[in-house]
Design a binder for this molecule. Structure first.
Ligand code: ATP
Ligand code: MG
Ligand code: ZN
Ligand code: MG
Length: 475
């Protein structure tokens, strides 16, 4: 990829979130992640080229120096900042515009700075050979996997019903989505296979922006426009079937859809409980469960299948993500007064903003500040800053995505003349899903701005009061 010879025809629309738009290269396993601005600023970029460059460099630093040390290096790809020719970026923005979902178009792609983040394309790994069955890639945005136990929590409901489940009521009430998702993050993070299976089944039923499935780098399943119904489950099953009917095809010509879906979910659960890469992940159970790990709003819980958490293996992506989320020890209600302490201090001593690293740089010293936080509040600004830093890191971990890439074992290994009768027998007798090699990554690890904390408190209050007004009463 030569940066001075970029051609928009080599790139295509790949996806987008709230803050960035992503394009993928048609041949290389590469993506470019470009910033987005609110559409009303489109004539007038809200920041200079230098500021845009700094913002993306901050994302790289935060990911590689802070999040990677907390989440585990093996899961992280931080990428690098690139400067692109402006003409290329303009042509690209025109090219992708018609493919963007309408509900995302209240923001426009940054065409002024020419700055972007270049990352490996996790949905289409380099090793994949075009002659083989394309890899599957499952992206899950799990959200917060624990209930707050902070003494600062003022509403009892927050210690019983998880944030995601309460937020669902708020989003449906506000018209953001038509239907409530029955996914509960506490089920996914439980480490109990049955609960995890249940969680993923509900993600598939109502993906919203918490699930996307890619095949050979192409998105084949996600929520459609805003509040519309999810993409067709039948078409997803059509895509998945060839990956899962190995062996069985010789006995039953047709696996039931339910069996295909079950096998798919089982493979995904295995990958999420594994150490993150390679073949079969051995499942070590390192108990992590302290405090409540059931959410009362989860339908699973209502069914009263209380198996208790088997615990997450300590080297699994879910364990590391949950641990990082749990750096939010005070809850927004306990954190807010500390935010105010820092804010007041910065008003009195504006130059302190740099020393306290409120907007970076995100380096070793930043990590140290948040890791060496005293356990008790000594009234100092240092304590408040450390808690604010911890909270922001936890926010990032509550908002990231987990990407599981499944590469089917090559045809020679699995099929054709090379297939020994023994192997076939094993598949048949154990009826286990076929083997994939897989890799697990975490993406979308942007630092959350210091100034967004008051908004977090207001949102929390709105969600809780909406739930108390409407939610608890609904089935
Ligand atoms: P959010 O609204 O969740 O904060 P965002 O605006 O920060 O999202 P990302 O989540 O980083 O943006 O990227 C948007 C989408 O682009 C992702 O959901 C994912 O599908 C895709 N994507 C991002 N990075 C990669 C990558 N390295 N490889 C493949 N796909 C990617
Ligand atoms: Mg995202
Ligand atoms: Zn829940
Ligand atoms: Mg993001």
């Amino acid at each position: 990829m030569e940066l001075d010879k970029m051609d928009e025809n080599d790139w295509k629309y790949h996806g987008e979130g709230n803050k960035s738009l992503v394009v993928s290269h048609v041949q290389l396993s590469r993506v470019l992640r470009l910033l987005k601005y609110p559409a009303e600023d489109s004539e007038n970029p809200p920041q200079t080229v230098e500021q845009a460059f700094r913002q993306i460099q901050n994302i790289v630093d935060f990911s590689s120096n802070v999040m990677s040390s907390l989440l585990g290096e093996k899961f992280i790809h931080s990428g690098e900042v690139v400067k692109l020719p402006l003409e290329f970026v303009r042509q690209l923005s025109i090219k992708v515009q018609h493919q963007r979902p309408a509900w995302r178009c209240e923001k426009v792609m940054d065409i002024y700075s020419g700055c972007a983040l270049c990352l490996p394309n996790l949905t289409s790994p380099a090793l994949h050979q075009p002659t083989h069955t394309p890899p599957l890639c499952i992206e899950i945005k799990p959200k917060c996997g624990f209930l707050p136990s902070s003494k600062h929590v003022s509403k009892d409901i927050k210690t019983k019903v998880c944030r995601f489940c309460m937020h669902q009521h708020y989003k449906v009430a506000g018209g953001k989505w038509k239907r409530r998702s029955l996914y509960c993050p506490l089920d996914l993070f439980s480490g109990n296979r049955q609960r995890m299976h249940f969680a993923i089944r509900h993600l598939i039923e109502e993906p919203q922006n918490n699930l996307k499935i890619f095949k050979g780098g192409q998105c084949i399943y996600s929520s459609k426009e805003g509040s519309d119904d999810a993409m067709d489950l039948t078409s997803l099953l059509h895509h998945l079937r060839p990956y899962f009917q190995h062996g069985n095809i010789r006995i039953n010509s047709h696996m039931t859809s339910k069996a295909v879906l079950n096998d798919f979910i089982q493979v995904l659960v295995n990958a999420l409980l594994s150490g993150g890469g390679g073949g079969d992940g051995g499942v070590v159970t390192d108990r992590q469960g302290e405090g409540r790990s059931f959410c009362e709003a989860s339908v699973f819980n209502k069914e009263r299948i209380r198996h208790g958490s088997q615990g997450l293996p300590s080297d699994s992506v879910l364990f590391r993500t949950l641990q990082t989320q749990m750096l939010d020890t005070l809850d927004i209600e306990g954190l807010y007064p500390l935010f105010r302490r820092v804010e007041q201090h910065l008003q009195d001593f504006p130059k302190e903003r740099t020393r306290l690293q409120m907007d970076g740089p995100y380096n070793e010293a930043f990590l140290e500040k948040l890791q060496k936080c005293p356990t008790e509040d000594d009234g100092s600004v240092e304590y408040a800053v450390a808690k604010v830093h911890q909270y922001r890191v936890a926010m990032t971990a509550k908002d990231c995505s987990i990407m599981v890439t499944l590469v089917p074992r090559s045809e020679e290994e699995e099929d054709d003349e090379g297939l020994s009768s023994q192997r076939w027998l094993r598949d048949f007798l154990s009826s286990r899903p076929p083997a994939f090699s897989y890799s697990v990554s975490i993406l979308d690890l942007d630092p959350k701005p210091f100034d967004s904390i008051p908004r977090q408190l207001r949102l929390d209050q709105k969600i809780v009061s909406c739930y108390l007004r409407t939610g608890g009463a609904l089935p």
